[in-house]
Ligand binder design. Structure first.
Ligand code: FAD
Length: 338
């Protein structure tokens, strides 16, 4: 029988774990990871500490580039998948190469979500998702002592703590959209605003950003419906949204994420989706759920790989995964509330 070729798209925690599991359980198969970003797999949740100078870049990585060779995994980093043809069993890369597969795991994760009304200010705001983003933050923070955080997702709160440790002056603009995808809740809002204030963060209550202008190279002015704030860096933190626009015409079923059954199967033979980009059917609730979080992603990556090689492992609805948001306990099942 010809050697099987398993392809994993994405080298985040889910994709990397999927590839390792395939390697371990299917020693004869060829395993390829395609990753848009350069280099090996890193832990995105450590980026705030990296920006704060508490970790080196090396500390972020789970796997060095050499380890892929040792594990007989072909890592094609710096390459982007632009289309998947499930029927033809091939993917197309951005440089037009066609790559055939026998089995495919899609683990493309999420990208920072920017609310539509703020998109026009996109080039004035920074997000934090990749090592590259972190390096831009480091460069900008070297030049300024004031930061305006807009949003309020889980990342922004842990990042604020790191920025405070760096001695930065922080303004935090909270509004009703801030906790997306958490449903707005006055009690949670007051709690988080209160805790931020206690830490010395200046909390701005507003309902709308009316304008944003670059005054000089190192200063941005932001107008809300209540006040005007000037900061050296403006960060946008509105959660992550599955990064799946490139699959729009693939024939895969897509809603907010890639729709899969409880085995992470897309409905196309040998094609699975996993990690933050998957929207997973839950037979008990008869609804779909989306996971977020490092540990969930690793577990889901393993599950997809085991199912691709013929096992029948259900994705655990890891609803019990609790985040601690500045002392407030938040259950990750909030992703149910799209
Ligand atoms: C700053 C930050 C802080 C966080 N803090 C925490 C925390 O404290 N606790 C926690 O549990 N979780 C945290 N998270 C969330 C956690 O990191 C994610 O849930 C997890 O990384 C999801 O893993 P994933 O593999 O599904 O996706 P991702 O990590 O998003 O990886 C997706 C991969 O796919 C690649 N890719 C995307 N599109 C393509 C394409 N078309 N072609 C090729 N490659 C592609 C990307 O380059 C990336 O390598 C944080 C995330 C961030 C960004």
């Amino acid at each position: 029988m010809a050697e099987q070729h398993f392809v994993v798209i994405g080298n985040g925690p889910a994709g990397n774990e999927a590839a390792l599991t395939l390697r371990h359980h299917a020693p004869e198969a060829r395993v390829t990871i395609i990753s848009r970003e350069w280099g090996g797999c890193y832990r995105p949740h450590l980026l705030p500490q990296f920006v704060a100078g508490k970790l080196t870049e090396e500390n972020l990585y789970v796997f060095s580039a050499a380890s892929y060779k040792d594990n007989r995994i072909k890592l094609r980093s710096g390459q982007e998948v632009v289309t998947v043809h499930p029927d033809k069993r091939e993917i197309i890369l951005d440089h037009k190469e066609i790559l055939p597969f026998d089995g495919l795991i899609i683990a493309v994760g999420g990208r920072p979500r920017i609310p539509e009304n703020l998109m026009v200010f996109g080039d004035l705001m920074l997000t934090l998702k990749t090592v590259q983003d972190a390096k831009i933050w480091i460069r900008k923070l070297n030049e300024t002592d004031t930061v305006l955080m807009i949003g309020g997702d889980l990342t922004s709160l842990s990042f604020t703590t790191q920025l405070m440790d760096m001695g930065k002056k922080i303004y935090f603009a909270l509004n009703e959209e801030a906790f997306w995808p958490l449903r707005f809740d006055r009690h949670l809002y007051e709690q988080i605003a209160g805790r931020l204030s206690l830490k010395g963060v200046e909390v701005l209550k507003y309902s709308r950003i009316k304008g944003m202008n670059r005054l000089t190279n190192g200063m941005v002015e932001v107008n809300t419906d209540h006040e005007k704030v000037r900061a050296g860096v403006v960060g946008a933190f509105f959660g992550l949204t599955p990064d799946i626009a490139f699959l729009a015409r693939s024939g895969l079923k897509i809603d907010r994420g890639i729709l899969v059954d409880e085995y992470l199967h897309t409905g196309f033979e040998g094609i699975y989706a996993t990690g933050d980009c998957a929207q997973i059917f839950h037979p008990d609730s008869r609804d779909y759920w989306v996971s977020i979080g490092h540990d969930n992603a690793v577990a889901l990556g393993r599950t997809a790989a085991l199912n691709l090689i013929g096992e029948r492992v259900k994705a655990e609805a890891a609803m019990a995964c609790i985040f601690d948001v500045q002392g407030v306990r938040v259950n990750s099942s909030w992703w149910m509330e799209f």
